[in-house]
Design a binder for this molecule. Structure first.
Ligand SMILES: NC(=O)c1ccc[n+]([C@@H]2O[C@H](COP(=O)([O-])OP(=O)(O)OC[C@H]3O[C@@H](n4cnc5c(N)ncnc54)[C@H](OP(=O)(O)O)[C@@H]3O)[C@@H](O)[C@H]2O)c1
Length: 264
C-alpha cells in the first residue's frame, strides 16, 4: 500500500497511538485530519504537526458522526483513509453496581463507534480509486483481560466485525485493515495505574516503535497487523487457549485490582 499522498482521518488522533500515527504519517507526506473531544489536546497537536486539521467531535454520538462527515468530506474531498482509533479502557469489577447506563461505555466507544463511522463514511470511500479503513483493536481481542471485561469484549467484537467487513468489501476498492496493538506506552496504559504494565516491562512496546512497525506492515499490505506480543499472543492462544488465558490474567489482573478496583 502506498503510504504517501493520502488524506487520512484519525479518530482519537490527539494522544498516544493516534497522535503517533498522525506524526509518522505526516512525515510520510500525507494530509492529516484528527478528531478528539478535548479542545486543549486538539490545540496542542499543532506543536507536533503544524498543518494538521483538527475536529472536535465525540465519536460515541451518532449525530456528531453525521456532522463530522459533512464537514470533513466538504473540506477534504480527497479523503481516502479512515483510521478508527479512538478508544477507552477501564478496569471494572462486575459486581452489579456500575449501573445500566455506564456498564456498556466501552461497547459504545470501542465497538459501536467504528461500526457507525464506517456506516457513515463507506459510500464516500467507495467513490475513491483506492481507499483504506483501519480499525484499532487490541491484543485483548484475542485473549481477554478479566479486569477489563467490557473493553476486552468490545475489542473481540471489533476483531470479528473487521473480519466480516473485509470479506464483504473483498471485491471493492476499499481495503480493510486491523491494527491490534500490544500493551503500548500511552496515557491510556498509564491511567490504568498498573505497577507492572510500564515502560520497563519488556512486553510493553514503546509507542513510537509500535507505530513504526505497524506502518511497515501496512506498507506490505498485512491485513491483520499484530506488532510485538500481539502476534505471539494470537498464535499461542490458538495452541494453548486455557494456558494463555491464565497467563494473561495471572499477575496483571491482581495488580490492576489493587490499583483501581479496590479491595472488597
Ligand atoms: N495503549 C495500549 O496499551 C493499547 C493497546 C491495545 C489497543 N489500544 C487501542 O489503541 C487506541 C488508542 O489508544 P491509546 O492508548 O493511544 O489511548 P489514549 O492515549 O488515551 O488516546 C485515546 C484517544 O482517543 C480519544 N477519544 C477517546 N474517546 C473518544 C470519543 N468518544 N470521541 C473522540 N475521541 C475520543 C482521546 O481524545 P479525547 O480524550 O480528547 O477525546 C485520545 O485522542 C484505542 O482504541 C485503544 O483501545 C491501546
Amino acid at each position: 500500500m502506498k503510504l504517501s499522498a493520502n488524506t487520512i482521518l484519525i479518530t482519537g488522533g490527539t494522544s498516544g497511538i493516534g497522535l503517533e500515527l498522525a506524526k509518522q504519517l505526516h512525515q510520510r507526506q500525507n494530509t492529516i485530519l484528527v478528531t478528539g473531544r478535548d479542545p486543549n489536546k486538539l490545540r496542542a497537536i499543532h506543536e507536533h504537526i503544524p498543518r494538521v486539521q483538527t475536529y472536535q467531535s465525540d465519536v460515541s454520538d451518532p449525530a456528531a458522526i453525521a456532522a463530522l462527515y459533512e464537514r470533513v468530506t466538504n473540506e477534504f474531498p480527497d479523503l481516502n483513509m479512515l483510521i478508527n482509533n479512538a478508544g477507552v479502557m477501564r478496569t471494572l469489577r462486575l459486581n452489579g453496581r456500575i449501573g445500566l447506563q455506564d456498564i456498556g461505555r466501552e461497547i459504545e466507544v470501542d465497538l459501536l463507534r467504528p461500526v457507525r463511522m464506517i456506516e457513515q463514511f463507506l459510500p464516500f470511500l467507495k467513490t475513491k480509486p483506492h481507499a483504506t479503513i483501519i480499525n484499532t483493536s487490541s491484543l485483548l481481542a484475542f485473549v481477554p483481560l478479566a479486569s477489563s471485561p467490557i473493553y476486552s469484549a468490545a475489542k473481540a467484537g471489533l476483531h470479528s466485525y473487521t473480519q466480516s467487513l473485509r470479506i464483504q468489501l473483498h471485491d471493492t476498492n476499499v481495503t480493510v485493515i486491523e491494527l491490534a496493538p500490544p500493551a503500548t506506552t500511552t496515557p491510556l496504559l498509564e491511567n490504568l495505574g498498573s505497577d507492572s504494565l510500564n515502560s520497563k516491562n519488556p512486553i510493553v512496546m514503546n509507542v513510537e516503535k509500535m507505530v513504526r512497525v505497524a506502518l511497515e506492515q501496512l506498507e506490505h499490505d498485512t491485513a491483520e497487523i499484530r506488532p510485538g506480543m500481539s502476534n505471539i499472543m494470537k498464535l499461542m492462544s490458538r495452541f494453548a487457549p486455557t494456558f494463555m488465558l491464565k497467563q494473561v490474567n495471572k499477575s496483571i489482573t491482581s495488580d490492576l485490582a489493587k490499583a483501581n478496583l479496590g479491595e472488597e
